[in-house]
Ligand binder design. Structure first.
Ligand code: FES
Ligand code: FES
Length: 167
């Protein structure tokens, strides 16, 4: 079946099997491999992307369910080679180790900051509870999100589409 969606600001129409998950469509058909798959069962958050302004675990929805939607992956966050404020904060605060969870963590953090531009430490932890990290102990991830919040509203926005984002 055909499915059409806007991905990182680009219109895409592709053939997919009806059972294909959005995560596999992004990775296997569109080559957007920043979206990782850790569990395939809605547990780890590594596959988090933004669909029509909402953070979504892309292993949880079919590609066909994103028909007509605006999808942003990690690849769509930076603008003209400049890191999104959340990406820059993860780098400066060293909010990663192996990096496997990082793309999902960054996308989820954008959603957290969209809903709450000035979160407390606890609110960041609660906002990211659907994203698991096996390496960091979360401390630097939380510090990165708090650092990104200092950048203002841009930290909770998706540059490619200017769409509002909610967690
Ligand atoms: S791969 Fe989607 S939640 Fe783990
Ligand atoms: S940095 Fe390794 S899983 Fe999070």
């Amino acid at each position: 079946m055909q499915v059409s969606m806007t991905v990182n600001g680009q219109q895409r129409t592709d053939e997919v099997e009806p059972r294909m998950l959005l995560a596999h469509h992004l990775r296997d058909n569109l080559g957007l491999t920043a979206t990782n798959i850790g569990c395939d069962s809605t547990s780890c958050g590594a596959c988090t992307v933004i669909v029509d302004g909402l953070t979504v675990k892309s292993c949880t929805v079919l590609a066909l369910q994103a028909e007509g939607s605006e999808v942003t992956t990690l690849e769509g966050l930076s603008t003209d080679g400049e890191l999104h404020p959340v990406q820059a904060a993860f780098r400066s605060e060293h909010g990663l180790q192996c990096g496997f969870c990082t793309s999902g963590m960054v996308m989820a953090a954008v959603g957290v900051l969209a809903d709450n531009p000035n979160p407390t430490d606890r609110e960041v932890r609660e906002g990211l509870e659907g994203n698991l990290c096996r390496c960091t102990g979360y401390h630097n991830i939380v510090q990165a999100v708090l650092k990104a919040a200092e950048s203002g509203p841009a930290a909770g926005q998706v540059p490619s589409s200017k769409q509002e984002v909610s967690a």
